[in-house]
Each structure stands twice: as structure tokens, then as C-alpha cells.
Design a protein around this ligand. Structure first.
Ligand code: ADP
Length: 549
């Protein structure tokens, strides 16, 4: 950690470290009656307050101490979005241990690999994941205690896991008297692994300081704009980059929180949105696809839902239009990554844009957005030379800021920074007003005859066709041009469009040579552990496919 030189005249304000425990302490003291509602794996809806959460988080901190967990030790979770997981967020990090949220959608072997790499001492998990944990328990060589996060009466009689502990028993047997320790705010607080589409997953180790600063910035107007009059339902899982920081940003604003548990299908989500009068939510585009399909097919309306953040993958403009025009839900397009805690940019208009036509405004909102304070960004060419902010020049996107990675856990991958900037692996433009637009991930860009074709534009265009539900564009080998774009498409049930009709749909909307060479119709696209289309799997699937002459 680089130390900076002191000034001869130092400020004379209190020195209070930015610690995660401070967030729940504040929420409990100042918004103590604020409600947290959770759909439980047990099936029912659970309700309690920030005050209750704080109390149980302190019991958990005592219980972990009793299990021998000490400052810096890793405690892992395999859990849905719910109140017990929130208690772990605060109980583990607050006590100085490191919360390692594992994505249960990874293959069991990958989970065991990650747990060993992280040297997790304790693994706490939801009942849903008992079969996975039974399978890998003997491989997780560092784990000394397995804790099942469920009620006593739901504990299984016998399992392959030795000395399985019941979370409720564990915390009930400990006091809620606990003073959160004070320590250096640069200490590690949480650990998330990237999904590792290429090679082994790498760990990103967030600090208390980075997490608290990110939470402040995420909550701000112009970013997620969360306030005490919101009811927030994070659909994005707490195992996907800490639910984009919402478990921290929401309590600090005092907003009401609703956790969906394991029921993430359109019907269950819609019912929860309505019964709990949710005003604000966040998730990847595939989640909204499921919710919108359900709502549209059943002719339903939202009675309270006002705003949503869509990120993690490009929000198709057609989806933004449906949410905004048909349902009056404001869409905030956001971009970020695990290495950025994750928030980098968010969409929104500036005063000068208010006079623009609705379609011009929509073009701005479709971009991945404007940097939030704390994040700086630039685009560079292959030689590292900075490119202009003209909305046209595209290049490698680099970022820096206090919640952006400096190096991976255990120094995997060595030095990752370029002159103090983190290369995101995304290719983007930035316009004169500072709005960034991702054209592609550098590994997905199609290189046709030495020129680049961005796949996101092509996918967005395809998804604007009424018959198309999902589209992914990949580059396939071409003897003359090296690579040419091919569209892989899933149609809406009961709808039809031919290859020729779909290709004709591109006419006049993009440069002729960008038009895909072919369209392949499939029943489903391969989805990764964070709900994103796995283009590497698609490229593998269609490797050797002969493009039409
Ligand atoms: P992984 O891809 O390993 O799941 P992340 O969840 O951290 O890791 O994904 C980060 C990447 O997701 C970004 O680098 C970018 O390519 C993509 N991404 C995130 N948000 C958006 C967005 N709004 N539009 C386009 N791509 C996005």
C-alpha cells in the first residue's frame, strides 16, 4: 500500500476509519425500525428491522469468535439474497474477518478450488446448496466448520458433512453484546472471484475503505439514487460482486429492503414486487427478460416499481423502451465489473440534454453511462495512446479509483496495472459529454479483414425485431476475411422470422459490411454463472461451421 507524504499542516478532524460495521451500526441507530423482508428458502416471508439485523450480526460475530475465527480469516457463504446472508455481510466483515461470497452456480469442482484458494475456515450455506456442499466437503481442506443457514426444525437428520452446525442454534447460544473492533480501514473485508471464463477464477479482495466509499458513491443521485423513501429489491445476487454494493448502499440510506431468496422466475418476482410495493431494483438483462415476459403475457401492470438498474451486460434498447414507455419504469443503464466493486458508470441526463427530443435522450440513456465520482476512465489505442472523447473513436477502456483493483488476491496474474490504470478488457467510445459506450469485450470483438466489428450493436439491432427474444453475435472463421459475424438467435415462443427477413432488418441501420453472414436459430443460449451469455461456449459449439459463400 503506497503511503502518501503528510503536509506540514494536517487537518484537525476526527480520525474514524471507514469500516463496514459503521454502516449497520448507523442503520440500526438512525433507521432502526426500517424493514427488511426476505423470501426464505423455508418458503415463507420473513420480516424484521435494521435493529434486529444489527443485533443478530453481533451474535454472529461472537459465534464466529467462538469458532476460532480471527481477524483476516476467510468465512465463505453459498447463499441467496436473504436476511441471514445480510447478517453474514456485517457479522463477518464487521468483526475483521473476510467474507467470501461464492457463486453456487459454478461447478462443484470450481467451488472447491475457490474455497481452497481462499483458504476458507468456515462455510455457511443455504439449505438449497446442501447437496453441493455434501459433494465437496471433503475437498475443502481448510474448512473447519460447516454452518447450515436454516431453522432448527429444517436441519437434515444425517448428512455426509461432519459436525454440521445449525446457524440459528449457533447464534442463539451467543450474546448480542459485542463492540465492533476498530482497525485500519485498508484491511480486507470481502473477497469475490471473477467468473473465470478463461483460466482459473481470480480473487478480488475489497477493503473496508473501498467498500464504504463505493457504497456512498453508489447511493448518490446520478448513480443509483437510493433514499429512505425507497423499497429496494436487489435481484442481482449477493454472490455476484456483493449484489453490486446494494447490501451496503441501501442500509446507509435507510431504505426498506426486500430479498427475493431463490425464487427468481418472472411470476415470483412480480408477486413480490407488488405485495411489497417495491420502488427500485437491480439486475442483469436476462432477469428482466423473464419478468417482462411474464408481465406482458399476463397483461399485468406494476403499481409501485419506478426505477431499475440494468447492468452486467448491455441493456438491449428494446428492453429499455418497453420498461420506460409501456411501464413507466426509469432504466438506469450501468456498467462495471468485479474488479471495480463493481460500479463505474451509470446512465442519466444532464441539464443540457433536457431540451433534446425523446429519441435523442434515449440514445444517451442507452449508453453505459457517465463516470461516478471516484472513477476516472480513458480509452487508448493498441500502443497505449489516449484517444479523443468524440463518441466515435473506440479503444481499450482503462479505469482508476479507490474501489478499483490494484492486484489480484495472492498476486495471481502479477502486475495488472498499466501506468496506474486498470485495463478493463472492454472496448468503448467516450463522447464529449463524458458518456461511455461499450462496443464489445476485447475478446468478443470480430476482426473482419483487419477491421473491428462490435457485436453489441448487432445484438441490440436483432433484439429490436419483434420475433427475437435473445441474440448473440459471434465471429466465425472465414477464409478470406479471417472472421465474419454470425447471429445466434432465440425466437419468442410462437413467433417466426426467416434468416433472409432478419438480415433484411439490418438494411440501412448499419454499414453493409457489418451485416452478419448468417443467422442460426437455437432453442436456448448457454448462460454463465452470473446470468450472462457465454460466447466462448457458442464459439466452441459452432467452430468449423461453414459460412454461406
Ligand atoms: P464476469 O464477466 O467474469 O462475470 P463481471 O461480472 O465482473 O465478470 O463482468 C464485467 C464485464 O461485464 C465488463 O467488463 C463488461 O464486459 C460487461 N458489462 C458489465 N456491464 C455492462 C453493460 N452495461 N454493458 C455491456 N457490458 C457490460
Amino acid at each position: 500500500m503506497a503511503a502518501f507524504p503528510p503536509s506540514p499542516v494536517m487537518g484537525q478532524m476526527m480520525d474514524q476509519p471507514l469500516l463496514i460495521s459503521g454502516i449497520i451500526e448507523f442503520a440500526s441507530r438512525h433507521y432502526g425500525a426500517g424493514e427488511i423482508v426476505s423470501r426464505r428458502v423455508e418458503g415463507d416471508l420473513h420480516r424484521y428491522t435494521y435493529r434486529d439485523c444489527h443485533q443478530r450480526a453481533r451474535r454472529l460475530a461472537n459465534a464466529l469468535h467462538g469458532l476460532g475465527v480471527r481477524i483476516g480469516d476467510r468465512v465463505a457463504t453459498l447463499a441467496w439474497n436473504g436476511y441471514r446472508h445480510l447478517e453474514a455481510y456485517y457479522g463477518v466483515s464487521g468483526s475483521g474477518a473476510v467474507l467470501h461470497t461464492i457463486n453456487p452456480r459454478l461447478f462443484p469442482d470450481q467451488i472447491a478450488y475457490i474455497s481452497n484458494h481462499a483458504e476458507d475456515q468456515v462455510l455457511m450455506f443455504d439449505l438449497t446448496f446442501l447437496p453441493i456442499v455434501e459433494k465437496i466437503a471433503s475437498q475443502c481442506t481448510f474448512v473447519r466448520h460447516f454452518v447450515l443457514m436454516c431453522d432448527r426444525d429444517r436441519m437434515p437428520d444425517s448428512t455426509a458433512i461432519p459436525d454440521l452446525l445449525c446457524y440459528e442454534d449457533l447464534i442463539a447460544s451467543h450474546s448480542d453484546q459485542y463492540d465492533w473492533p476498530l482497525f485500519d480501514e485498508h484491511s480486507a473485508a470481502t473477497l469475490c472471484y471473477t467468473s473465470g471464463t478463461t483460466g482459473n477464477p481470480k480473487g478480488v479482495l475489497y477493503s473496508h475503505r473501498s467498500t464504504v466509499l463505493h457504497a456512498y458513491a453508489a447511493a448518490m443521485p446520478g448513480a443509483l439514487n437510493v433514499s429512505a423513501s425507497d423499497t429496494v429489491l436487489p435481484v442481482v445476487p449477493m454472490f455476484h460482486v456483493n449484489a453490486w454494493g446494494l447490501p451496503y448502499a441501501v442500509p446507509l440510506t435507510g431504505a426498506r429492503m426486500v430479498f427475493p431468496g431463490a425464487a427468481l422466475d418472472g411470476k415470483s418476482l412480480y408477486e413480490l414486487f407488488e405485495s411489497e410495493q417495491v420502488t427500485f431494483s437491480a439486475g442483469v438483462p436476462t432477469v428482466w427478460l423473464g419478468l417482462l415476459n411474464y408481465v406482458l403475457q399476463n397483461g399485468l401492470r406494476f403499481s409501485s416499481f419506478r426505477r431499475t438498474v440494468i447492468g452486467g451486460a448491455a441493456c438491449p434498447p428494446a428492453m429499455m423502451d418497453t420498461l420506460m414507455d409501456q411501464f413507466g419504469v426509469q432504466v438506469i443503464h450501468a456498467w462495471g465489473m468485479t474488479e471495480m466493486s463493481p460500479l463505474g458508470t451509470t446512465g442519466g441526463l444532464q441539464t443540457r440534454h433536457l431540451a433534446l427530443s425523446q429519441s435523442e435522450q434515449r440514445k444517451i440513456l442507452q449508453k453505459q453511462g457517465h463516470a461516478i465520482f471516484g472513477v476516472d476512465m480513458k480509452i487508448v489505442d493498441d500502443d497505449g495512446k489516449e484517444l479523443p472523447w468524440d463518441g466515435v473513436s473506440y479503444g481499450h477502456l482503462l479505469v482508476k479509483g479507490p474501489w478499483i483493483i490494484a492486484s489480484y488476491y495472492k498476486q495471481e496474474g502479477g502486475d495488472v496495472l498499466q501506468d496506474g490504470w486498470f485495463p478493463t478488457g472492454d472496448v468503448a467510445t467516450i463522447d464529449a459529454d463524458g458518456y461511455m459506450q461499450i462496443t464489445d469485450r476485447s475478446k468478443d470483438v470480430i476482426k473482419s479483414g483487419g477491421e473491428w466489428i462490435g457485436t453489441i450493436d448487432l445484438e441490440n439491432l436483432a433484439m429490436a425485431h419483434p420475433a427475437v427474444q435473445q441474440a448473440a453475435c459471434i465471429g466465425l472463421f472465414h477464409p478470406k476475411w479471417d472472421e465474419r459475424p454470425v447471429l445466434v438467435v432465440v425466437l419468442h415462443p410462437g413467433m417466426n422470422v426467416t434468416r433472409a427477413e432478419l438480415l433484411q432488418f439490418f438494411d440501412g441501420k448499419i454499414a453493409k459490411w457489418w451485416t452478419p453472414d448468417d443467422v442460426l436459430f437455437v432453442d436456448a443460449l448457454p448462460m454463465g454463472a452470473t446470468g450472462k451469455i457465454q460466447k466462448n461456449k457458442l464459439r466452441e459449439q459452432f467452430k468449423g461451421y461453414q459460412l454461406p459463400a
